[in-house]
Design a protein around this ligand. Structure first.
Ligand code: GDP
Ligand code: MG
Length: 163
């Protein structure tokens, strides 16, 4: 069985940027269940010597504000159900938002391992947000920059014991 990592987080935190970095051109649309390929993107990830399946919760950006939170919960629950571990991403520059708290709540109720990533943390801009993320109760925040590729060695160190 292939280890599956689900990237969880509210819209615009950088989930797809990390997904694309991990998957490169190895994007595989494996599941042809209607709805799955549209809302959950799946790919073959590579990080150093680690090989695993990664799921991106996509499609949240397309919905209206009032339907967003319910949809975000449902889609996130589905991704968690498919995952051996979750990477929960917040935007370190924005700090912790109410949507982040909702998702953190979902994750704390499950016994899936969670890596809490504080993204957009390049150039020290995310330091305050990364410290704030401790309050989510999901362990030590991992500062990342999905766009600039910073924090990938630390992400590898977190994933290696799980994969
Ligand atoms: P998603 O909605 O969570 O999938 O987020 P996206 O991957 O689409 O990224 C949302 C926006 O954040 C885009 O404009 C990205 O270029 C930007 N972004 C993603 N990662 C980083 C990062 O590490 N640093 C900065 N500064 N911006 C980022
Ligand atoms: Mg996305």
């Amino acid at each position: 069985m292939t280890f599956t990592l689900a990237i969880i987080g509210r819209p615009n935190v950088g989930k797809s940027t990390l997904f694309n970095r991990l998957v490169g051109k190895r994007l595989a649309l494996v599941d042809d269940t209607p709805g799955v390929t549209r809302d959950l993107r799946e790919g073959a990830a590579r990080l150093g010597d680690l090989r695993f399946r990664v799921i991106d919760t996509a499609g949240l950006e397309l919905v209206t504000d009032d339907s967003l939170q319910g949809r975000m919960r449902r889609l996130t629950e589905r991704a968690i159900g498919m995952a051996d571990a979750c990477l929960f991403m917040i935007d370190a520059r924005a700090g912790v938002t109410p949507s982040d708290e909702i998702l953190a709540d979902l994750l704390r109720r499950r016994d899936v391992p969670v890596i809490l990533a504080a993204n957009k943390a390049e150039g020290r801009a995310g330091e305050a947000g990364a410290v704030e993320a401790w309050a989510l109760g999901l362990g030590e925040p991992l500062p990342l920059s999905a766009e600039h590729g910073e924090g990938m060695a630390e992400l590898h160190a977190r994933l290696a014991p799980l994969v």
